[in-house]
Design a protein around this ligand. Structure first.
Ligand SMILES: [Zn+2]
Length: 382
């Protein structure tokens, strides 16, 4: 029986230590956010990939961030077999997130109308230190004296702390419906059953069924299915109830048919990671084409390749307002309307859309959309 690693809430990692084995380590906590930051400016949307960290305990004696260490060094889970004292984070992620964003927005020289961040779940990274016999504080990653010295103003015992905080739960991965072995790559948020064609996601220690569908294609087609979140939401500030509303909002060169008023508008966004520049383009293209063909309410047949779901619905929901900002036409309306626009997600469905496999790309001919294969491969590390 396979097992699937899950942990409640935030993942906790440690940086590797090269301290002498007899040293008693203390672990100083940092919040880390890794993902995409979108800033909506009057004339465009600026997007960038960010990987930043910030102290989870405000202290002048420790570096404010772990710098490039989180990318350059091999992180491991903070499991209970790691001895040492783990200092308890004092600041909440919400308290430091504005500082992350401010740091990354400093060089944007235009009014920022709206910002959204999406990407991986937030994590805590512990950096190891120890107090040497000479009374100095040592950075255990480099095994060198830290820039700060131990003194009355820095008493390590004054920080609350204890053993490694993480419990890792192992979730048995048998289909709760039929008992078949579930499939899912390590980074996949969805485990699928090839026997009863249901899909499951971890909710705490249990598996909950995920509602999904696919757009059927004949079995002989050379197809790879890519997962998308389809989201129904209430929008205020701009009329967006129907397909016809969307055609008008985006000023598409189409003549609205009366029946388009009855077709409900849905947001679409990738349920997989891609580079930030591409994420929004993809979300907007699929949203503007509003796939309305009849869906089959289960996973695509096993004969087709499917791309793993590694971008959760909670992240996709954060991009809805950006999605509107990127198609609302003319641009002057964005500046004028965006502050008033509110989007409240109501319902969602995971939908696998068929893309034809070509040499270098996956193509959806109906939507006139191509995704470079290397875009998806590069994104595997995001
Ligand atoms: Zn099953």
């Amino acid at each position: 029986m396979k097992s699937y690693l899950t942990a409640k809430g935030v993942f906790h990692y440690v940086l590797p230590s090269s301290a002498p084995p007899d040293q008693h380590l203390i672990y100083f906590p940092y919040w880390r956010f890794k993902g995409m930051l979108f800033s909506c400016l009057p004339d465009r949307i600026n997007e960038r990939f960010v990987d930043v960290s910030h102290q989870a305990i405000g202290s002048m004696h420790f570096p404010f961030s772990v710098g490039f260490r989180s990318q350059a060094l091999k992180l491991r889970f903070a499991t209970s077999d790691i001895s040492g004292r783990f200092l308890t984070p004092v600041l909440k992620f919400e308290e430091v997130v504005d500082q992350f964003i401010a740091r990354f927005s400093r060089d944007i020289r235009a009014p920022i109308l709206h910002q959204a961040r999406i990407g991986e779940a937030v994590s805590i990274i512990y950096a190891p230190y120890y107090a040497a016999d000479d009374g100095r504080l040592y950075d255990a990653v480099l095994n060198e004296p830290a820039p700060t010295t131990l003194s009355e103003t820095l008493d390590l015992n004054a920080f609350a702390g204890g053993p490694a905080p993480l419990r890792i739960d192992f979730l048995a991965t048998l289909c709760p419906h039929c008992g078949w072995d579930l499939e899912g790559r390590r980074d996949s948020l969805v485990l699928s059953c090839r026997n009863c064609h249901r899909a499951w996601k971890a909710r705490g220690k249990r598996l909950a069924e995920l509602k999904l569908a696919h757009l059927p294609r004949p079995p002989e087609a050379n197809i790879r299915y890519l997962p998308f979140w389809r989201i129904a939401a209430e929008v205020s500030g701009v009329p967006l109830k129907s397909y016809a509303d969307m055609v008008r909002a985006a000023n598409l060169p189409k003549v609205c048919q009366p029946e388009w008023e009855k077709i409900g508008f849905r947001f679409w966004g990738p349920a997989f990671k891609v580079r930030p520049q591409f994420y929004l383009r993809l979300a907007t293209s699929v949203t503007l084409s509003q796939p309305v063909e009849k869906l089959a309410p289960q996973l695509p047949p096993a004969a087709f390749a499917t791309h793993p779901v590694n971008l959760p619905i909670s992240e996709a929901v954060d991009t809805l307002k950006l999605n509107i900002a990127s198609f609302l036409t003319p641009r002057e309306r964005v500046v004028e309307r965006l502050p008033q626009i509110e989007v409240t997600p109501r319902k969602y469905l995971l939908v696998y859309l068929p893309f034809e496999e070509r040499h270098h790309e996956y193509v959806h001919t109906g939507m006139n959309l191509a995704i470079q294969k290397n875009q998806l491969q590069l994104a595997a590390n995001l």
